[in-house]
Design a protein around this ligand. Structure first.
Ligand code: NIG
Ligand code: FE
Length: 375
């Protein structure tokens, strides 16, 4: 058993309930787990000197779509010139994804996971959703499972070309779920105009829950919908986007343990209004921040950018944004071993080249993550 001491930490964020932040701190890692947090420098086999800098928990990015092929920068360019975002662009990526080899898909996803890691992400969820046939969805979740335990089956992303709605929903809850469930922990539905209705979503999510998968929902991205309340009703771990919410939605979220996951990269990249995090936090809802990395609506893996956007555009304090990007993401994945640095947590930590995490928003676009340790 090797022990590692990280000392000379100028500011340490543990998210400990009584003492969430400590100055002039140190911690000891034993077998990839936080074994001690305090002041001073106890003996250990190895020592890492943090040089007075800030140490935070690794980011938990609870929403990404990394199994895909191709590029849609032309759509982004057209949107920046005034065109609206349409969910139908997903079908273009589906064509390219189906034509790619397993090796190409895995290489691309691996490269994006490495890109996320270099920016401090130590836990990442990955969805399928660009296959939309039994074979292509099965390989998407199978490949995703090589990169993370947090795999989500999103066969219900859109209805694919050449299929009727009812026929496709039957397939998703039938043969596709059979093929994908063994590789996945979660099931998700894009419940939105242009994708799936609330009733279709209820049927798909219920089928997944019956198979032992946890539920997550995409809702409220393009307009208000009953998808948010459906997520709460089904006990989903998270409802993601939440850009358009009614007062009833906010109240329902606040009274539940369904996390409201906000994805400001999508608003940035589709030129939409940002979600109002302040309204959710003031109501008492649990909020997470995630990147939603995908080739259509948000092609970024940068959790520091999400923190900066949340502070600048969504009414969050830097401390709230950091919490949402770490502990909030962990809650959205129902994980209690990540997202914090209390004793017993996985030793997933990030060293910032800054005296405080406030710099994540104060110095936007600057590569502040100088080291990442993952337990
Ligand atoms: O989360 N909302 C649904 N899926 C993605 C968009 C996917 C795409 O445009 O390719 C999202 O924004
Ligand atoms: Fe998404």
């Amino acid at each position: 058993m090797t022990t590692t001491l990280v000392d000379n930490i100028g500011l340490l964020v543990t998210h400990d309930e009584e003492r969430p932040e400590r100055t002039d701190a140190a911690l000891v890692i034993e077998d990839g787990v936080i074994a001690w947090v305090g002041e001073g420098s106890p003996a250990a086999d190895e020592r890492v000197d943090a040089g007075g800098r800030c140490v935070i928990p690794g980011f938990v990015d609870s929403h990404s779509h990394l199994v895909f092929a191709g590029d849609r920068s032309d759509e982004f360019e057209a949107r920046m010139a005034g065109r609206a975002y349409e969910a139908g662009g997903i079908r273009r990526t589906v064509r390219l994804t189906r034509a790619a080899t397993d090796e190409q898909l895995l290489d691309n996803a691996r490269r994006l996971v490495a890109e996320a890691r270099a920016q401090g992400t130590t836990t990442i969820e990955i969805k399928s959703g660009y296959g939309l046939s039994v074979e292509d969805e099965e390989r998407s979740v199978r490949l995703a499972a090589l990169l993370t335990p947090e795999v989500t089956f999103l066969g219900a992303h859109v209805v694919p070309e050449g299929m009727g709605r009812d026929e496709y929903v039957d397939l998703v809850v039938g043969g596709m779920l059979d093929a994908c469930a063994p590789h996945a922990r979660w099931i998700d539905v894009f419940c939105e105009t242009g994708a799936f209705t609330v009733e279709e979503s209820r049927r798909i999510l219920s089928a997944g829950i019956e198979r032992g998968l946890g539920a997550r929902v995409h809702a409220g991205q393009l307009g208000e919908s009953d998808g948010v309340r459906l997520a709460v009703e089904l006990g989903a771990a998270s409802v993601d986007h939440c850009t358009f919410l009614s007062d009833d939605d906010v109240e329902a979220l606040a009274g539940s343990d369904t996390v409201a996951t906000l994805l400001p990269g999508a608003e940035f990249s589709t030129r939409q209004p940002y979600p109002d995090a302040r309204r959710l936090l003031d109501a008492g809802a649990t909020v997470a921040l995630a990147c939603d990395c995908n080739p259509g609506s948000s092609f970024t893996t940068s959790m520091p950018l999400m923190v900066a956007l949340a502070v600048r555009e969504m009414g969050m304090t830097p401390a709230e944004a950091l919490r949402a990007a770490t502990l909030g993401g962990a809650a959205a994945l129902r994980r209690d071993d990540v997202g914090h640095l209390r004793v017993g947590a996985r030793a997933d930590l990030v060293l910032l080249d800054a005296p405080t995490y406030v710099h994540l928003a104060y110095r936007p676009g600057v590569p502040l993550v100088v080291g990442t340790l993952a337990g």
